[in-house]
Ligand binder design. Structure first.
Ligand code: NDP
Length: 297
């Protein structure tokens, strides 16, 4: 029997644990606050931001939302971030990506104060992660580590293949897998669009993390019997549905399920964990900045 991981259920457990920590902080006069900044009319970005606000509300985190006109000069965004850096009630800052053309993404990532950088994209936080001294772990790979922990999937000594080398998923995932310590210690291979023979790598893997953004790139024939398969991909493909599309992962679920020992579905796998880990990082940020110790899940 293949174990299909219920990411919604694991994320709900994490949120429930975080709620207690938020209460401790709030009782100490240090209610955690997350600022979301949106400078885009893109409906998907608007949806993501409103989901993050709802998540905050659910666990008692104060959410502050700043919306900028998508035609506004880039300086307005940089100034907004600087202002939030100075706001003592804001412990975490998230600037919703993708950014509009006039904005320099690298400048935005460098402007967020590292201690409020709950996405963990600031170069200082990236460096600390690589050095094995993470201040925050990026939400998606951290969520995947938590899923593996929850399901009792051992990474130590495992052959892990990460498909994708983006700064937000692939690279930090690989960096977490190679660290010494719990849910690291994996022998890690990173594949990408120039990998000569993807299947040759995935077939050897005990753990495959698929983060390529290519619908159903990996099917059952590319997997080792009993492998753990984590599907990060969220891809819209045309379908005969009310919306005219459906969401599929980077893994061809039906054939992969026949071979895998453990697998995450799309939706309901990694996505809810990413959202939960943003709350985790916000609580961690508040605890550090306010000097109030809390237990983190
Ligand atoms: P990017 O487009 O930034 O990166 C994709 C990576 O996949 C690149 O490194 C690319 O290689 C590699 N790639 C593309 N095609 C292939 C291929 N045929 N074979 C092997 N590697 C390939 O995407 P992201 O990392 O931002 O996101 C990946 C997917 O995960 C997307 O579907 C996204 O929507 C989803 N996502 C889901 C999240 C969640 O919480 N569930 C969170 C974040 C993302 P190269 O570098 O050579 O171009």
């Amino acid at each position: 029997m293949t174990n299909v991981i219920d990411g919604d259920a694991v994320a709900a457990e994490i949120r429930s644990d975080l709620e207690a920590s938020v209460e401790t902080l709030t009782d100490a006069g240090a209610r955690p606050g997350l600022a979301t900044v949106l400078m885009s009319d893109d409906p998907a970005s608007e949806t993501y931001v409103s989901m993050k606000q709802n998540d905050c509300e659910e666990v008692g985190i104060e959410s502050v939302h700043v919306e900028l006109d998508e035609d506004a000069p880039a300086e307005e965004l940089y100034d907004t971030v600087e202002e939030l850096n100075r706001d003592p009630d804001v412990h975490g800052i998230l600037v919703q990506m993708p950014l509009v053309d006039q904005v320099d993404e690298r400048r935005v990532l460098r402007t967020v104060a590292p201690e409020k950088d709950v996405d963990a994209f600031h170069p200082e936080n990236v460096g600390r992660l690589v050095a094995g001294d993470a201040r925050f772990k990026p939400c998606t790979p951290h969520g995947i580590q938590k899923l593996l922990e929850h399901e009792g999937v051992e990474t130590e000594g495992a052959e892990a293949v990460v498909v994708g080398r983006s700064n937000i998923v692939g690279k930090p995932m690989a960096n977490l897998f190679v660290q010494k310590g719990p849910f690291g210690n994996a022998t890690t291979t990173v594949c990408h669009s120039r990998t000569a023979d993807l299947a040759a790598h995935t077939r050897e893997a005990d753990i495959v993390v698929a983060a390529a953004g290519v619908p159903e790139l990996i099917d059952g024939s590319m997997l080792k019997e009993g492998a753990t398969v984590v599907d990060v991909g969220v891809n819209r493909v045309d379908a005969d549905t009310e919306k005219g599309y459906e969401l599929v992962g980077d893994v061809e679920f039906e054939s992969a399920k026949e071979v895998a020992g453990t697998i995450t579905p799309v939706p309901g796998g990694v996505g809810p964990m990413t959202r939960a880990m943003l709350l985790y990082n916000t609580v961690k940020a508040a605890s550090r900045q306010e000097g109030v110790d809390v237990t983190l899940p």
